[in-house]
Design a protein around this ligand. Structure first.
Ligand code: C5P
Length: 221
């Protein structure tokens, strides 16, 4: 049986950075489920489908193809066969992903893909509903969080480093809005699973968080 590790938590908590590092150290595959919702959102944006147009979204989901492949250990998301990794990492796509991940058929399609990936491989998978819906029997579940102001500052620094013009207050507002939507949607809201280990990274360095997670995984597997 493959080992499955779930990491859930709000936007900007550092899940992907941490999960990637833990995966590398343990020799597991890192599965970024947010990237799948982002790829789908990118499709809606480029096809001028409004996030409130449920009918158009449900119709599009039936035909759009999202697949995952790994190149040099890195996850590549293919949208109808096209590598969209470089197109989905901006705030517009992130906000659209949050707005459209509320639709049950969007989730159904991507959850099936995620479960298939975890079946035969040791994975560390991050998202919002991994411990609760995608991998309810995960060997270890983490809930990784940080305060909204710390998360906004981290994202601000990241965007500035990339030379993207941005506004700290707007980023914090977007983060709070996204948390609100992710935690209060009807289908698979972001929750802290009873059996999850809660890690608040507000005052921890990346290396400290990675070391803590590895310690817990080694203890539990
Ligand atoms: O983690 P990331 O910021 O890339 O996720 C983008 C959006 O996709 C989230 O705000 C959330 O609404 C949605 N998502 C989700 N379930 C997941 C992963 C992401 O609903 N497992």
């Amino acid at each position: 049986m493959s080992v499955n590790i779930a990491i859930d938590g709000p936007a900007g908590a550092g899940k992907s950075t941490i999960a990637k590092m833990v995966a590398k150290k343990l020799g597991y595959v890192y599965v970024d489920t947010g990237a799948m919702y982002r790829a789908m959102a990118y499709y809606f944006l480029t096809n001028q489908i409004d996030s409130t147009d449920r009918e158009a979204i449900e119709k599009a989901v039936e035909t759009v193809d999202v697949t995952i492949q790994y190149e040099n250990g890195q996850q590549v998301v293919l949208l109808n066969g096209e590598n969209v990794n470089d197109k989905i990492r901006n705030e517009e796509v992130g906000n659209m992903a949050s707005a459209t991940s509320v639709y049950p058929n969007v989730r159904k399609k991507l959850v099936a893909l995620q479960q298939k990936l975890a079946q035969s491989t040791d994975v560390i998978m991050d998202g919002r509903d991994i411990g609760s819906v995608v991998l309810p029997n995960a060997d270890v579940k983490f809930y990784l969080t940080a305060s909204s102001s710390v998360r906004a500052q981290r994202r601000f620094a990241e965007l500035q480093e990339k030379g993207v013009a941005c506004d700290l207050d707007q980023i914090e507002k977007d983060i709070i809005d996204r948390d609100e939507r992710d935690m209060n949607r009807e289908v698979s809201p972001l929750t802290i699973c009873e059996d999850a280990v809660l890690v608040d990274s507000s005052y921890m360095t990346i290396d400290e968080v990675v070391a803590e997670l590895i310690r817990i995984v080694e203890e539990k597997t």
